[in-house]
Ligand binder design. Structure first.
Ligand code: ZN
Ligand code: FE
Length: 256
């Protein structure tokens, strides 16, 4: 299996997974880069997986379906380009000879879902849209801090080696914030240096891994003393994991 991040717009990736014949894509906000890749690699598009309703994740779905006949899967509780198979979380999809678990991860949007495959070439694969980013997480447009924290906890419980395939190249700006929240974190400092190098060479920083995210991502570290203390510096009332998470998210929204 080959996993390719196709760049789209200014900072999106459309993930393409293929076995040299059949392919699937995740969150095609634009059809054009996908059609170009399918043609160049001689692939047939079997499925389109969508994580949530935002246009930068759905804009290319209708054109791709029409051009390829691919089956579309998307969240049951959101407005989606029809027709599609609506899923909620808890389902298993059989695609490209692999099994994908659908996980309900509300917070960024109310019906946001993620796709998890336990074994692809010896490492799990997670397509998490705008829920978990490397070094950060999505904004809370439709969900509460408690919902988003629960969603992130669900994802963080997946195996260490899980490859985290999110939709945006936000890593460097996320790490600037993470470095202010958690300045004593050596793993974070090392990762930041390596990400700076990748971006200077215009290379993607993704996929990340869950083992790494648990070490460096402040939004997965709301129960760590250093992160709690930093959050309290922003909002003195932050006490438990949810209020620490809420404070961190608000702080990040205002951070420049
Ligand atoms: Zn979004
Ligand atoms: Fe997005």
């Amino acid at each position: 299996m080959k996993l390719i991040p196709l760049p789209a717009f200014t900072d999106n990736y459309i993930w393409l997974l293929h076995d040299a014949q059949q392919a699937l894509v995740v969150d095609p906000g634009d059809a054009q880069p996908v059609l170009a890749a399918l043609q160049q690699l001689g692939l047939q598009l079997q499925a389109i997986l969508v994580t949530h309703h935002h246009p930068d994740h759905t804009g290319g779905v209708a054109a791709l379906r029409q051009a390829t006949g691919a089956k579309v899967f998307g969240p049951a509780r959101e407005v989606m380009p029809e027709p599609l198979t609506r899923i909620n979380g808890g389902e298993q999809l059989q695609l490209l000879g692999l099994s994908f678990d659908v996980i309900d991860v509300p917070g960024h949007t109310a019906g946001h879902i993620a796709y998890y495959c336990a074994n692809v070439d010896d490492a799990p694969l997670l397509f998490c849209g705008d829920t978990l980013f490397s070094g950060g997480c999505g904004r809370l447009f439709e969900g509460s801090p408690a919902q988003m924290l629960a969603s992130l906890d669900t994802l963080a419980a997946l195996p260490d080696a899980t490859r985290v395939c999110c939709t945006h190249e936000y890593t460097l700006s996320n790490l600037k914030f993470a470095g202010v929240v958690d300045p004593g974190n050596e793993a974070l400092a090392r990762y930041t240096a390596s990400v700076q190098g990748l971006r200077q060479r215009q290379q993607p920083t993704l996929p990340s891994t869950l083992a790494l995210e648990r070490q460096i991502n402040p939004f997965l570290r709301t129960r760590q003393a250093a992160v709690m203390q930093a959050a309290q510096g922003f909002d003195a009332s932050a006490r438990d994991a949810v209020s620490v998470f809420a404070a961190l998210r608000q702080w990040k929204n205002e951070f420049r």
